[in-house]
Design a protein around this ligand. Structure first.
Ligand SMILES: Cc1cc2nc3c(=O)[nH]c(=O)nc-3n(C[C@H](O)[C@H](O)[C@H](O)COP(=O)(O)OP(=O)(O)OC[C@H]3O[C@@H](n4cnc5c(N)ncnc54)[C@H](O)[C@@H]3O)c2cc1C
Length: 240
């Protein structure tokens, strides 16, 4: 395992999809001296558990725009890095089963279209034709995004890390951040089980452990882990 550097322009804490994406994009912007610290292996946190569903329609315009950008990135990441992200653009449906939800979907579709995202409102029957195993009971309509999809979260994280590494970022796994030292009220040094790194910028990408990292500099971050479930089925006839 290579030695930690004694200094870095930025230290990113957390090697999940968030930390690796930040490293990817900082290096894309020309940052060279980027260090990512992960206490286990890349993807060891929530990322490993993710179902990998990528639905772009969000309640907020900025989040929707970010998701729109993400799908564009997912389309080209394999060619760029040589790592298969398993991206499949299968399309996504959001159902409305109340008049209020229907109004909300129409508003969101209008917002998404205003910056060029392909989206349309479907009747219940049109939605059913796309996903024939669903029950139409109570369904008033649906928003359809043909460019939604599904991705392998581990493949995605490794591809983002590979892109960042190819532009000079350094990744250190089995490296636990134990403290962050301040000097004159500013970040000065990150203390790990493998040594210290002087830096002026720390990015907290520790996901559900973000609160612990916040405490290291006296900040209270209201991060609360929530249980999240999904099921994996055998192939179902009529569903691709
Ligand atoms: C069951 C489940 C299903 C999900 N399905 C979806 C889905 O379909 N679509 C979707 O978009 N999202 C889904 N999510 C959410 C998604 O997985 C998370 O939003 C995402 O993975 C968070 O990534 P992250 O990088 O912020 O956090 P994490 O992946 O948790 O990464 C944080 C990393 O920080 C490291 N770390 C913490 N503290 C320290 C420290 N002191 N020093 C060094 N390293 C540290 C941890 O080891 C961890 O690897 C799902 C989540 C779960 C649990």
């Amino acid at each position: 395992m290579s030695d930690l550097p004694s200094t870095a322009q930025v230290v990113i804490i957390g090697g999940g999809v968030g930390g690796c994406s930040i490293a990817y994009h900082l290096t894309l912007m020309g940052w060279k001296d980027v260090v990512v610290l992960e206490r286990h292996e890349l993807t060891a946190g929530s990322t490993w558990h993710s179902a990998g569903l990528v639905g772009q329609l969000r309640s907020d315009a900025n989040l929707t725009r970010m998701m729109y950008y993400s799908t564009d990135l997912y389309r080209r990441l394999k060619d760029e890095t040589g790592i298969d992200t398993g991206w499949r653009e299968v399309g996504g449906l959001r159902l409305a089963s109340s008049p209020e939800r229907m109004e909300d979907l129409k508003r969101l579709v209008g917002m998404a279209r205003s910056f060029g995202m392909p989206m349309e409102m479907l009747t219940p029957k049109e939605a059913w034709e796309l996903f024939p195993i669903m029950s139409l009971d109570g369904v008033l309509g649906a928003a359809y995004t043909p460019t939604d999809g599904v991705i392998d979260p581990t493949g995605l994280t490794n591809a983002l890390a590979a892109g960042a590494k190819s532009r000079g970022a350094r990744f250190f796994t089995e490296t636990n951040v134990e403290a962050i030292n301040l000097k004159d009220g500013r970040v000065h040094e990150v203390v790990t089980n493998r040594g210290k790194i002087k830096t002026e910028i720390v990015v907290n990408a520790a996901g559900q452990w973000g609160g612990e990292v916040g405490k290291m500099v006296g900040l209270f971050l209201p991060v609360v882990p929530m249980a999240h479930l999904y099921i994996i089925t055998k192939p179902i006839e009529g569903v691709k």
